[in-house]
Design a binder for this molecule. Structure first.
Ligand code: BGC
Length: 764
């Protein structure tokens, strides 16, 4: 039996804030930008702040408001969501050759979880807890996007959310600020390069941390809704990932749609200037979200003219789509509500971004048509995407070791998600090519060859309600509504199921059931699919539920009756192969949840790092009068944060501390020995949580403060060690001081957030 010691290290914050990391010295950049700005007219400066949508723009033609004439006149600083190196090259040519000063445009896109090679949706990717994999996925996304003309991505989305009704939880990294911060850094390193080496190659693009800030705190989980929270919760739980992104040198930030303390983020000077720039030292540029400026009029804080000026004065540099800055800056300069200094500062930040990207040296740097053909969606990238997808899947249940399945006999693959290509990549995969994505059915057949006979039936539509299905399958993600009756679909499925040894039910959400503007008040598996599942279980054959979902679902009933459940989220273009790899044992699942699965919607928000009330329930209790609980459900999660099974088992030694006393400048080590007690090799995410037992303000019952993913062979033991220093124990107190308070701390180390494996130490 081998024993190795692993000391955990996290992606260290850059010692000095890289703040967009210019590749040349600042003074060289300053001089270049100053020289250029000295030649610019006011109109040209204002033009740099303008980011219209591409609309109908096509190569060399001016068809819409975003036409060649506007580019030639210098009225536009950048464009977004235009696809193809050839098209972008031609538009760039107009800017460079036909505008007065030849300033290149910046081309942005929502490259959220991959470009044409699509990786798991961010919520799924976060469940890998593998920071190297996260960074690699962003590096590949940047390599593909940059080859195809894109130099700027509206990613990473790092909004913490504890409300799975909100559809955009699929785009984030779950509920935890510590994990979210590590992922924010890994994504930015992947897109831009490591601090000190950012934008050195033509394969790195500028990241944009979004949505700043607190967008995931929307009331009732309804998209775009009001956010209202205490400063303590804001800075302890929601702000850390944005701050981590700034520390990692993110080049740009996107203001969020929501209000904060009664002022929409887009017009919130405290947020965009005092916190982001003055406190955190952000040196990049701020772009609004889509029509973020004009929407402030609807929020009710002023006319379009007033909110446009307010946005600029608050710290916005670039206006996505509203054209408010373009329209009203001149008037603001005249009436004194805007200063030339503010306009210059915004213009300078946009030009600096272009300079850092190397666009002034070579405006066509990102438009090499031949390179695009070689790099985009190549076999190497797809192989990585397949590996990473399989790391993101979470095995929720595996009664009697039903999984992995043997590669023999007959399998019935049944369900509305089994034979769709367009729904595999997941929401916000705008560059995905659906005709090149493999369906679950085809991928399974291809992977298993003639070893297993794979039968198929749709079994049911997505939902009984036609309109709901249409709303849930937009943007080319149609499922092809089957016009047969529910009974006919079911009867076909049962006749297929009866011929099989095992049934794989591919059920859950369509990809557009989560994502932007896809909030749900009922987050269960839709009606007709539940009926299908019951009928399949009634056959008496073993049933494996393969769950497709962009959010935690309420699956308490299914969890009670289905023997095996594998959550595959939306695993990207390679989902079909990766899911087959895991189901048939070529890959041992190792994902762990990054967002709590509640038992029902009424428990929401339900998250592991909650506070203790004065009337807390005892361990294992359900209802007690005059305690903080429900009459009709207990307080526990169906599946807690950090949970996930493997085809092997792991045992943990008790937590060992190098000392039970820690001084303010000292450090202690916490360690456990983890052993693979099963028969196959497997990866385990070892998680460390800390509880600050008594604080000047109440503290969460536990908080994630370290994790390490390790691979163990059968019988192998590794010692996993975490270093605890005072930084790890700090929090924002009542007066918003960032402090670690002396006293007792508990350390928990185990395989999920419920672990009882604990020890304690004292901070003096
Ligand atoms: C979304 C952003 C996105 C932008 C540009 C908005 O609706 O909120 O996340 O980056 O559109 O497509």
């Amino acid at each position: 039996m081998k024993t190795r010691t692993i000391i955990t290290t996290f992606l260290a914050a850059a010692a000095l804030c890289a703040c967009g990391g210019p590749k040349s010295s600042d003074s060289k950049m300053d001089k270049f930008v100053s020289d250029l700005m000295s030649k610019m007219t006011l109109e040209e400066k204002i033009g740099q702040l303008n980011l219209p949508a591409t609309g109908e723009i096509v190569t060399g033609e001016a068809k819409s408001s975003v036409g060649a004439e506007r580019i030639k006149a210098g009225e536009i600083g950048g464009l977004f969501n235009l696809k193809g190196a050839d098209k972008i090259r031609e538009i760039q040519r107009i800017a460079v050759e036909e505008s007065r000063l030849g300033i290149p445009l910046i081309f942005g896109m929502d490259v959220i979880h991959g470009y044409e090679t699509v990786f798991p949706i961010p919520l799924g990717l976060s469940c890998s807890w593998d920071m190297e994999a996260v960074e690699e996925s962003a590096r590949i996304a940047a390599a593909e996007a940059s080859a195809d003309g894109i130099s700027w991505t509206f990613s990473p989305m790092v909004d913490i959310s504890r409300d799975p009704r909100w559809g955009r939880v699929s785009e984030g990294n779950g509920e935890d600020p510590f994990l979210g911060s590590q992922i924010a850094k890994a994504m930015i390193y992947g897109y831009q390069g490591r601090p000190g080496h950012q934008f050195e190659t033509g394969e790195q693009i500028m990241a944009c941390v979004k949505h700043f800030a607190l967008y995931g705190g929307a009331e009732a989980g309804r998209d775009y809704n009001t956010v209202d929270m205490s400063r303590q919760r804001m800075f302890n739980d929601y702000m850390p990932p944005y701050k981590a992104a700034v520390e990692a040198g993110v080049g740009s930030a996107m203001a969020s749609f929501n209000e904060i303390d009664g002022v929409p983020a887009t017009g919130n000077k405290w947020l965009l200037t005092d916190v982001l720039r003055d406190q955190w030292g952000f040196g990049g540029f701020v772009v609004t979200d889509y029509t973020g400026i004009s929407e402030m009029e609807v929020h009710g804080i002023g006319t379009f003219e007033e909110v446009s000026k307010r946005a600029l004065n608050a710290g916005v540099d670039m206006d996505m789509v509203s054209e408010g800055l373009f329209t009203y800056i001149k008037g603001g300069l005249k009436d004194g509500s805007i200063s030339m200094k503010t306009v210059d500062a915004a213009c300078r930040r946009i030009l600096e971004a272009k300079y850092k990207l190397g666009l002034f040296e070579d405006p066509y740097k990102y438009c090499d048509v031949e390179k695009a053909a070689k790099v985009v969606y190549n076999d190497e990238h797809r192989a990585v995407a397949r590996r990473i997808a399989s790391e993101s899947f979470v095995l929720l249940k595996n009664e009697g070791g039903l999984l992995p399945l043997q590669k023999k006999g007959t399998v019935a693959l049944i369900g509305p998600l089994a034979n769709t290509a367009a729904n595999m990549p997941g929401t916000w995969s705008v560059a995905a090519q659906h005709d090149r994505t493999t369906t679950f059915l085809d991928g399974m057949k291809e992977t298993l060859g003639d070893k297993v006979t794979v039968l198929y039936a749709k079994g049911s539509n997505l939902t009984k309600d036609y309109d709901l299905e249409m709303r849930s399958t937009m943007f080319g993600r149609e499922l092809g509504r089957d016009e047969r009756s529910d009974a006919q679909l079911l009867s076909e499925a049962l006749s297929v199921a009866r011929r099989a040894d095992v049934i794989i039910a591919a059920l859950g959400e369509s990809s557009e059931m989560s994502g932007e503007s896809s909030s749900r008040s009922d987050i269960s598996i839709p009606d007709v699919q539940k009926n299908l599942l019951d009928a399949l279980l009634a056959t008496g054959k073993p049933v494996v539920l393969v769950l497709f979902n962009g959010r935690p679902l309420t699956i308490e009933e299914e969890a009670a009756k289905v023997p095996a459940i594998l959550d595959v989220w939306f695993g990207g273009t390679e989902t079909a192969y990766a899911a087959t790899d895991v189901l048939f044992g070529d890959v041992n699942p190792s994902g762990k949840l990054t967002m709590t699965f509640p038992k029902n919607v009424g428990q929401i928000p339900l998250f592991y790092a909650h506070k203790s009330t004065g009337r807390t329930l005892g361990e294992g209790e359900w209802f007690t009068k005059f305690r903080s609980c429900y009459l009709d459900v207990d307080n526990d999660a169906l599946y807690p944060f950090g949970y996930g099974l493997s085809y092997t088992t792991f045992s943990y030694s008790p937590v060992a501390l190098s000392s039970t006393e820690m001084t303010a400048n000292g450090k202690i080590k916490a360690s456990v020995e983890v052993t693979n007690t099963g028969a196959v090799a497997g990866k385990e995410v070892v998680q460390m949580y800390i509880r600050d037992v008594v604080g000047s303000s109440t503290r969460p019952v536990r908080e994630l403060k370290g994790f390490k993913k390790i691979l163990l062979q059968p019988g192998e033991t590794q010692t996993v060690e975490f270093e605890i220093d005072v930084e790890l124990l700090k929090f924002y107190d009542f007066d918003m001081n960032y402090v670690a308070e002396p006293g007792e701390f508990k350390v928990f180390i185990g395989g999920d957030s419920k672990t009882k494996n604990e020890a304690s130490f004292n901070l003096s």
